[in-house]
Design a binder for this molecule. Structure first.
Ligand SMILES: [Cu+2]
Length: 144
């Protein structure tokens, strides 16, 4: 009999406490409902840009039958552009003429009038190139 009373008491207590909690939650919800919807700030985008060393670009201009600058120094992996500012097509090839075997990276090929060719140099050393269509027009690039 004693345990029955205790159990009944516990159940009653549980009901009372439970009801109290439910009521409390309801009033809590009412009080906090306006503030519980605070906007989540969008996470600030972390800068995920890679820490690559920026590739530098060097420009050579062809005009008046010559390359400017006639000698250029770049770092391995740099890109080089040759802009043909003349009225004629040129054909940039590695030395020596006519076999063009020193550095295949300099076998750029034909660049039409007004056009620019861009290429990347990785092989280190000093290399000559020329306008294959007029092989006396030459330039030098040193790749470090
Ligand atoms: Cu040539």
């Amino acid at each position: 009999m004693k345990t029955g009373v205790i159990i009944t008491g516990l159940v009653a207590a549980a009901l009372v406490i439970g009801g109290f909690i439910i009521i409390n939650n309801k009033s809590d919800n009412n009080q906090t409902s306006t503030t519980s919807t605070t906007n989540k700030q969008p996470e600030t985008a972390t800068n995920t840009s890679e820490t690559q060393t920026p590739q530098s670009a060097s420009a050579i201009t062809y005009a008046n039958s010559s390359f400017t600058p006639s000698s250029l120094t770049v770092k391995s992996g740099d890109s080089v552009s040759i802009k043909n500012n003349s009225d004629d097509a040129i054909q940039v090839q590695s030395n020596p003429h006519p076999v063009h075997t020193d550095n295949d990276e300099l076998n750029v090929g034909v660049i039409q009038a007004g056009k620019t060719a861009t290429f990347t140099l990785t092989k280190t050393g000093t290399f000559g190139y020329h306008n294959h269509l007029n092989s006396s027009e030459t330039g030098t690039i040193t790749v470090q």
